[in-house]
Ligand binder design. Structure first.
Ligand code: HEC
Ligand code: HEC
Length: 325
């Protein structure tokens, strides 16, 4: 005790440092995001630290790594193969595909295999991943038995392990933005881009490459290294809702940083800039099943390609609803 009384200062200093470190850990960005959503919903996302060291769990962990660092494995300088444009799955499927209200993987396990109109077939999770490989990453498909495909599928299914079939939980589905009553405006979008996006995504949407040249610090939004014209993001509704719920960096569903109008106009600007021309002729085998904002004809409804790209979408939707009756 006498020892402690004489040398109390180093102990006190140690205690203070410990408190500062613990405090820093608990207020990391991730935790801040989680606090924004009701606790009932955060608990549906499983905890990666619950995984064991079994072979199956290691595969899930590898899958998470592939989703987060796709470029490292499959980008132009990829260690497994060079078959993608250098984007990471996580650039669009934020927080390893678990961010609520926006492009998360949580409902995949309970809804696939799923019939989708774009392909006109029942899609497996492997098939769906390969669609993003070919379109969003403008790349090549993976063999469905390859270790990397098995790992990504194992991880994606694991994220949905707390959700049962036909169960509807808020935040699992995308937050779709209401249509504007006008067409989205490219010129307005450009002004907002220069003010709020250019600082990271660069002058010509080309993004910023990391120092080692292997991945992006800020991913490209348009130009030859961006998602292809056949990707989901090339539809205005998908891009606008992503932007509203994620950008500029730091935005979320509960704390958006843009208005709906700004998000739609930005989407119009970005999707008017060049993207790799990769269209699949087999898409939308039933023409009238094309979504109102699918920007490539032919159509059965008499509206122009221009209106299908920029809106206003309400009249198209109304005509579609009447035709269905
Ligand atoms: C450029 C953005 C982007 C990138 C990069 C991207 N995706 Fe996607 N992905 C999307 C969008 C947008 C959708 C939703 C399309 C829709 O709603 O129809 C989607 C849908 C999916 C789905 C289906 C989700 C569901 O609930 O039906 C899976 C699975 C998926 N992506 C996996 C991946 C994987 C794995 C990668 C990386 C190899 C990847 N994606 C990269 C944009 C992207
Ligand atoms: C502070 C930097 C920053 C700003 C400002 C910013 N972004 Fe991003 N953006 C990012 C980063 C980083 C990612 C990848 C996120 C990840 O991997 O989790 C990203 C991803 C994206 C993506 C999906 C990936 C892709 O390349 O297609 C889109 C679309 C996007 N941002 C649009 C915008 C728009 C529109 C704005 C302006 C409103 C904006 N961003 C402002 C940093 C930024």
């Amino acid at each position: 005790m006498a020892h402690l009384r004489e040398h109390w200062f180093p102990y006190l200093l140690g205690a203070i440092i410990l408190i500062v470190i613990l405090n820093g850990l608990s207020s990391s960005d991730n935790n801040k995001e989680n606090l924004l959503v009701p606790s009932k919903q955060t608990s549906i996302v499983p905890d990666i630290y619950e995984l064991s060291n079994s072979e199956a769990d290691n595969l899930i962990r590898y899958g998470k790594d592939l989703i987060e660092n796709t470029a490292k494995y499959f980008g132009p300088h990829g260690s497994v193969a060079s078959i993608t444009n250098g984007l990471n799955c996580q650039n669009c499927h934020r927080e390893s595909g678990t961010k609520l209200y926006t492009n998360n993987f949580l409902s995949v396990a309970s809804t696939y295999p799923k019939f989708r109109e774009r392909s006109g077939r029942l899609e497996s999770v492997e098939w769906r991943v390969n669609e993003c490989m070919q379109r969003s990453l403008n790349g090549e498909p993976l063999d469905s038995l390859s270790k990397e495909m098995r790992a990504m599928v194992a991880y994606i299914k694991w994220t949905g392990k707390n959700i049962h079939k036909n169960e509807k939980i808020e935040g699992v589905a995308n937050n779709e933005l209401p249509f504007l009553s006008r067409a989205a405006e490219v010129v307005k979008g450009k002004t907002i881009y220069l003010a709020k996006c250019k600082s990271c995504h660069a002058e010509n949407g080309e993004g910023v490459i990391s120092v080692d040249g292997k991945s992006y610090v800020y991913p490209p939004l348009y130009g030859e290294h961006s998602y292809a014209e056949s990707a989901g993001m090339f539809r205005l509704s998908k891009l606008a809702s992503f932007i509203k719920n994620n950008m500029p960096l730091g935005a979320s569903y509960s704390e958006p940083l843009l208005s709906d109008e700004e998000a739609w106009d930005l989407a119009a600007y970005i999707n008017t800039q060049p993207h790799p021309k990769k269209i699949f002729a087999v898409d939308w085998p039933v023409i009238r099943s094309k979504p109102v904002d699918y920007p490539f004809g032919p159509y059965t409804d008499g509206f122009s390609e221009r209106q299908h790209k920029y809106g206003p979408f309400d009249p198209i939707k109304k005509a579609k609803d009447i035709a269905k009756k």
